[in-house]
Design a protein around this ligand. Sequence first.
Ligand SMILES: Nc1nc2c(ncn2[C@@H]2O[C@H](COP(=O)(O)OP(=O)(O)OP(=O)(O)O)[C@@H](O)[C@H]2O)c(=O)[nH]1
Ligand SMILES: [Mg+2]
Length: 351
Amino acid sequence: MKIGIVGLPSSGKTTIFNCLTGVGAELDAQRSHGKGQEANLRQVPVPDRRLDVLTKMYEPRKTTHAQVQYVDVAGELKARDGESKGLDELLRHLRPVDALLHVVRAFEWAGTPPTPREDYERLEEEIVFADLMIVERRLERMEQEHKKGRKYDPEEHDLLKRAQALLEAGRPLRVDPELREAQKLRGYAFLSAKPEIVCLNLGEGMEEGEIDLELEQGIPLVGIKGAVEQEILELSPEEQEAFREEMGIEEPAMHVLIRESYRLLGLISFFTVGKDEVRAWTIKEGTTALKAAGVIHSDIERGFIRAEVVAYDDLVSLGSYGACQKAGKVRLEGKDYVVKDGDIIHFRFNV
Ligand SMILES: Nc1nc2c(ncn2[C@@H]2O[C@H](COP(=O)(O)OP(=O)(O)OP(=O)(O)O)[C@@H](O)[C@H]2O)c(=O)[nH]1
Ligand SMILES: [Mg+2]
């Protein structure tokens, strides 16, 4: 699962990327001008308190978190400026991502007060325009083919026409569930069809509630003090802890952001536990036990017999696997069982 960071220049994309990944990256639009575009790409463990609890319970040799990838690309998304240098490169990095993390400046920069609403809308317009360009190019080609008497897919043509009308009205494709999910449009990897999360990059004295920004329903908003968070990350782990305690910060803001992105992608975790490893595995909501087995290994999917399932809450409240067995909380589920977030699963299989 991959999340692409987008935002206007100097909105703090790289700063947020660094906070998310906890390591310093140096990449800015200026430095990479004319040098071709590079991208920062990093795996980030998804914070999950349940894993900490399971680790205490099982004392495994190894604990493995679920992972999400973040991509930070230098370069400006200026689709309307046809000549925009590096636009194709930028899009090449952004097309394959599963979701967008839109960073909006909410700090004063070089004496300029923040204008989050305008900034947000400006970039959204570029995203819509980048998709519209593709739709128009494709429609043109289809219509040429049609004139020459060649075949084209009328259903795809119809979907593209609808997409065009929506985009021309300045609306992102994600607001139309049918277009957003249309199998026939998959290959275009439209940016405005991707789920989005907005990160307000707040200045030191600012709070999320003071910021003037309205979002479409269903788009989560997370406020982060990017510069402050980055400073905290430069401290030692002990100092970080002490600092957070002092400031009354229960959990690093980044954890909230990472978890929100996971949720936004419709992802959940199930766990496997044992003395060797306690591990979180990522699946889409609605995945069956059989497919979940395949995430671990194709052999387990192929030789699937049963899934032995305990809910996380039951395991924690009863205190041990044995107690769950006694209390009848260990269920044997078949291959069509829909796995729930937090299920602890032992797969029975033979190969
Ligand atoms: N005061 C303040 N400054 C910030 C914050 N976040 C980033 N900055 C500063 O804003 C400038 C731009 O930050 P970057 O993280 O490089 O922004 P970017 O979006 O990656 O920029 P480009 O890749 O060049 O488009 C840097 O000088 C940062 O130090 C913040 O939360 N508060
Ligand atoms: Mg940058």
